[in-house]
Design a protein around this ligand. Sequence first.
Ligand code: NAD
Length: 466
Amino acid sequence: MKTQVLVLGGGPGGYSAAFRAADLGQEVILVERYPVLGGVCLNVGCIPSKTLLHAAQIINEAQEISSHGISFSDPKIDLKKLKKTKEKVSKQLNTGLAGLAQQRKVKVIHGTGNFTSATTIAITTDQGVEEIEFAQAIIAVGSQAVKIPSFPNDDPRLMDSTDALELADVPKKLLIIGGGIIGLEMATVYNALGSEISIVEMQNQIITGCDKDLVRPLMQKIKQQYSKVLLSTAVENIEALDEGLKVSFSGENADEIFNKVLVAVGRRPNGHLCAADQAGIKIDERGFIPVNSQQQTNVANIYAIGDVVGNPMLAHKAVHEGKIAAEVIAGHKSQWQALTIPSVAYTDPEVAWMGLTEIEAKAQGIEYDKGAFPWAASGRSLSIGRKEGITKILSEKETGKILGAGMTGTNAGELVAEAVLALEMGACVDDIALTVHAHPTLAETFAFAAEMIEGSITDLMPPKKR
Ligand code: NAD
């Protein structure tokens, strides 16, 4: 077989690259090792976790509304049905993708690809091995969960995120190793379903990389809800016993037995898994494939995108990179120019941020103004029974230009979009403050944060000028 463009990997980055290339007139083959398109995100990641998080939100809200005088009896949880719903959502999406591939005449081959040269790849399918010759290729092979070798990884009670999303049962006591986004989102799900949650994080903060003030409302909430949130603590050993997994921690903490343990300590790139070296492609020691701003590897006709080219490992980054690679292949002068990639933890409350963080501003010696608006002063937030949120903006001292922003609270993941647009459009805080935001909305907290910097806030006392 021969093709103009070969895309290896059918996750959000890979299928976006394949579809964009086809739309730009290229003949495309898309190779995916699993029987469906959509990759980790659509099948065992972002989408199924959001379906479960929606269920968690309803369970939590049904309890919280008792503060408004409305009481429901305890929920009856039909785990099988919840699992089916989750699978139905993924199926609807991956069936849609198969249809879109067909409409675009993108040939999809389900098999595992290994490069044999800079213009050929061997695909192992159920029917055998087939070699494809390509003019250009896009590698979109993603990443996989990091495993800790000393743990009893063959024990089904030790889970990674894929296992946890399987929802085999609701363990009485669940330990989550890693206070990153995956760990915290799965904690949100299992806590709502009834597990007693403990979290252990090696660093001195959950969601490292995000500013402490944004993480604080989440930290305060989970400290009350969960059995334990251990920071600056490592798991030293896990012993598989009949009655559970016995976990030893560093420091003063006593050993404890858990019914299940979820390991969510990060993901590593799959760069070494497609024989990229046979094509002469450089792979760094961590498994990442270095690329230039046009997603080109050191081999001119081979591009790489998504998790395999570097952090952050986020679907929305992969999609943008995929489109750039496809456009460059089709002769367009595209390159990566996005100023920021937003991050969202779909926890309860949600945490979202973009652009410069205070951690980075301080490390880089950047002078900034900060406006922070507490949601306790937001009528909308109070009316939905939540007062713990915060919206903050960092702006350039000289010009007022937005440098970064973040929000924690209900729907923060939706609200961050305005901040990203503001940054991309080069908006200043006065642009935001003078933009009429509908009242009462959570979105208006972004304008209030801008007014905190401007000193024009009336919903609170203006901060004293520094
Ligand atoms: P992560 O890197 O975000 O978090 C892992 C955490 O585990 C870190 O805080 C780290 O300090 C801690 N850790 C590492 N080793 C440890 C150990 N031995 N003991 C205790 N703690 C340890 O990784 P993740 O949460 O596994 O997520 C993986 C990737 O998937 C990330 O790139 C993430 O951005 C992405 N993801 C994103 C979303 C989203 O956008 N909502 C959702 C899920 C995953």
